[in-house]
Design a protein around this ligand. Structure first.
Ligand SMILES: [Zn+2]
Ligand SMILES: [Zn+2]
Length: 220
């Protein structure tokens, strides 16, 4: 435990009330991201489908993507508190929600999407990495560091949707060799470009099947 956890009272990651990391009022306001959802990309919908309007016709390098909650106002506030303040207690809460919602993946390792180095230093931790570590404990699957971010590539969120794919493909490089079955962990799934770029990099070094598990998912 860090000193900051002892000195500062816990606050709800959504509403900021002192008490639990996610208070009783806010927890039910996080919307589950299906099922039913698209079998491939995890977009929630009225019924389960193999591919959906969002992912059909797109080349996705991962086998499936799932998220625990929809990335809307309450989830956004939760993720913002988690990201900007580097609160480990929120990673623990997020991992608890993910394991309560998603089936444990049948994989050899968990791999996290590497964070932007400057931002990590400023925040003191990277949400995807801390989520992977907490999931590793709960799912009893080891974490492996198999991806790195290439320096000097622009942040995804600063780019229009049309440029994200090419930018993401430049952003990630594999390190080491990958076991066959991998679960890629990220805090938020936005367009799937990051997940596809990471899965492509992992497949170059031995991954045969990449599943994606996220805390929250943007829904169009
Ligand atoms: Zn709250
Ligand atoms: Zn889909």
């Amino acid at each position: 435990m860090r000193l900051i956890d002892v000195v500062l009272p816990r606050r709800c990651g959504v509403c900021g009330r002192v008490g639990a990391s996610l208070c009783d009022r806010c927890e039910p306001l996080l919307l589950p991201c299906g099922p039913p959802c698209c079998e491939r990309c995890g977009a929630p919908g009225p019924w389960p489908v193999r591919r959906c309007a969002e992912c059909s016709g797109r080349r996705l390098a991962f086998a499936s993507a799932r998220a625990a909650v929809v990335y809307e106002s309450h989830a956004r506030r939760f993720v913002a508190s988690w990201k900007e303040r580097g609160r480990r207690d929120l990673a623990v809460v997020a991992a608890g929600i993910v394991t309560a919602t998603l089936a444990r993946p049948a994989v050899d390792v968990l791999v996290f999407v590497p964070g932007d180095h400057d931002r990590q230093l400023r925040r003191g931790h990277a949400p995807a990495a801390s989520l992977a570590r907490e999931l590793s404990v709960l799912w009893e699957i080891p974490v492996a560091v198999l991806l790195r971010r290439r320096p000097g590539v622009e942040r995804q969120r600063d780019l229009p949707r049309s440029e994200r794919r090419a930018n993401a493909a430049r952003a990630f490089a594999p390190c080491g060799s990958s076991p066959a079955r991998v679960c890629l962990v990220d805090d938020v799934y936005t367009t799937g470009s990051t997940a596809t770029a990471c899965a492509t990099a992992l497949r170059k070094v031995g991954a045969r099947r990449v599943e994606v598990a996220c805390f929250a998912r943007a829904v169009r």
